[in-house]
Design a protein around this ligand. Sequence first.
Ligand SMILES: Nc1nc2c(ncn2[C@@H]2O[C@H](COP(=O)(O)OP(=O)(O)OP(=O)(O)O)[C@@H](O)[C@H]2O)c(=O)[nH]1
Length: 303
Amino acid sequence: MSWFGRLTEGLSKSTKKLANNITGLATGTLPLDEERLDAIEEGLIAADLGPRVAARIRERLADQKYAKGIDDDGVRAVVADEVAQILAPVARPLAIIRKPQVILVVGVNGSGKTTTIAKLARLFKADGKQVMLAAGDTFRAAAIAQLKIWADRVGVPIVAGDQGGDAASLAFDAVKRAMDEGIDVLIIDTAGRLQNKTGLMDELAKVKRVIGKLDPAAPHDVLLVLDATTGQNALNQIEVFGQVAGVTGLVMTKLDGSARGGMLVAAAEKFGLPIHAIGVGEGMDDLQPFTPQDFAAALVGTA
Ligand SMILES: Nc1nc2c(ncn2[C@@H]2O[C@H](COP(=O)(O)OP(=O)(O)OP(=O)(O)O)[C@@H](O)[C@H]2O)c(=O)[nH]1
């Protein structure tokens, strides 16, 4: 199946929810009165697009241009167009422009961090880059073991230590090795214990400080992996990790398991952070960069 096909299929729960919320509110040739505009705005909020995006769309629908009336397809077209406009500045693949480019990957446990690292490694490798992984979640033995399995499957080297080891010194060793071995992209996993915010903050700050000794500009990217099924909670995570780790970009996983895909639009509008890739399934090919128009058309069902 094509990426667009997988995107459409993956987003189907979110599309259905959005359609249910805004269909039948603009029938006939009547102008959109306040009541209908209210209902559409509420429907968009209930589909997780967030109050600010909903208000923007309402404003456009209330525009004089539509005074003669608009039908459901017309409403959908406006929603899709606005969504595409909001996503346009943030839908950006992660560009590899340094050598080595050091990417720190953060996020709570279970968000899809490990598999995202593997999928990104595969994408970069397919692009001809030399990729290396570092098992920086030294807190859990399972995280180290999992990342080793993925490194093996993707066919890239990995720097790993023992459980309980110092994440910063492991990251330092990995950056050093990447420099010595002419690696293009180093992807460093990190622990995701959000429940212990101070510990996490200290650890991430130390990792950044220590690798900064080898390359003051490193890490060049701090990627936050978010689980779309967590809805509003994902927005909170952007705030918390933004403060703790200085997030530079997002990857949103599990859009296929969620009816809350509208949240990606809310996140884009609220934070303006680049969204480098989205995940719409468990398969290795199910994580990809995306185009705003395709995402909007798939989400709103105008494709
Ligand atoms: N349906 C679906 N599942 C996904 C997606 N991305 C990741 N997963 C699954 O989510 C589960 C958790 O992913 P991991 O990569 O292990 O998550 P993690 O954040 O590293 O979790 P821990 O290793 O437990 O910290 C796995 O079963 C993945 O296959 C996605 O886009 N869609």
